[in-house]
Design a protein around this ligand. Sequence first.
Ligand code: EPU
Length: 456
Amino acid sequence: MNTSLAFDAHKAGERVGLKSDEIVINGGNPLSGRIRVRGAKNLATKAMVAALLGETPSLLKDVPDISDVQVVRGLLEVYGVRVMSPSVGELRFDTSRVETAHFAEIDAHAGASRIPILFCGPLLHRLGEALIPDLGGCRIGDRPIDFHMDALRAFGAIVDKSHEGIRLTAPNGLKGAEITLPYPSVGATEQVLLTAVKADGVTELHNAAIEPEIMDLIAILQKMGAIISVEPNRTILIEGVDRLEGYTHRALFDRNEVASWAAAALATHGDIFVENARQDQLMTFLNVYRKVGGKFDVQEEGIRFWHPGGDLRPVTIETDVHPGFMTDWQQPLMVALTQAPGTSIVHETVYENRFGFTEALNEMGAKIVVHKNGLPDHPRRVARRDFEQAAIIEGPTPLHGADIRVPDLRGGFSHLIAALSAEGQSTISNVGIISRGYEHIIEKLATLGADFVFEG
Ligand code: EPU
């Protein structure tokens, strides 16, 4: 398997019909206008896996047209799920003929996304066996799967690793377990939920992640017949049931995409109305947006974000699990921070390598210094993790165009914003990676008045 970044970027773009991998941007125009976000990448893809647990068909609405959705769709089809699109943004899953797949077929979907790991529980319940290919996703850290495997073993699964991937079996069935996650991991929490709902007995999950996308997944599972209660202190109780039905559900909006466009409005001195954005899942982001000097107006149909003129203000941010400031928001927002007079600091506490994108910003004129081991004496709100990093941003620095390569999904969006706000022309390659999580990115840039050339 060819796993070069450029290859992955090309494949990702191809899945949503992008022909070119390069965009040329003439910066300096404020982005303004109205765009709509659909369902969250980080919910829709999990909801698709949940459909596997239902004995009857499921219908998911507001599914974004992104390449991660195409990867999960392809994998479901390998397992015999019939996936149809009754209308734009809707996917229907018929799981009446779920069947075992071969490693070779599964491998065609390897390296493209991290979602396949979540197939473990549902496949063990449906088929008694799960084959999981090599995982992909953004290169933003080691991204181990030890929490997932430990949890599955606690349910009684047997895990065999081979050069092809991972094979799981459960000769004695899956039984409810008491599981404490070492860290409130989003994926591991979803793994436990998708396995415990049909395990025999009660599962008690401690130190669970409680992101809004997880709450929406729990809502879906409840519609299917699951019994799940979210208790105080990151505890989730799941009573296993014998049978789950299909669901009909409208996916929660993509709050990461909203934060990205909000950051774009700020960095380009623009004014963007994001239809479908809701305040309640964005409160932490909105607080920081206001402190930096951005304006927003929460309306019934969405949220308007704009730069009010004048100077922005520097801030100190610590990324954290929900309800903290999401790691996915720091990358787009950092471009605006390069324009705030003074020193901003971003402590990245979730991933050990999420500042790679700052090199390109520096090439464009930013002054960002990454401290690979964090800042030892800096007072912090959240407990330190041993690999954390800090970025110190000195502003304001005018940005100028450059030739840059997208390193990962959110870093790529940050590069787009930087190029849009810079003086002169930039050429950005590997843009296919951005289509992993941003729907109709080229069309949206055009709607917002960006000046660019994209041949595709
Ligand atoms: N971790 C482990 N072992 C594990 C699992 C996680 O050490 O078995 C560590 C990770 O290495 C990381 C931390 O725990 O340092 C948090 O990882 P988590 O499991 O919470 O992340 P994830 O489920 O892999 C999801 C999103 C990410 C988002 C994070 C944090 C999806 C598909 N991905 O990843 O989204 O940043 O939660 O909220 O839901 C993105 O959208 O660009 C993206 C990377």
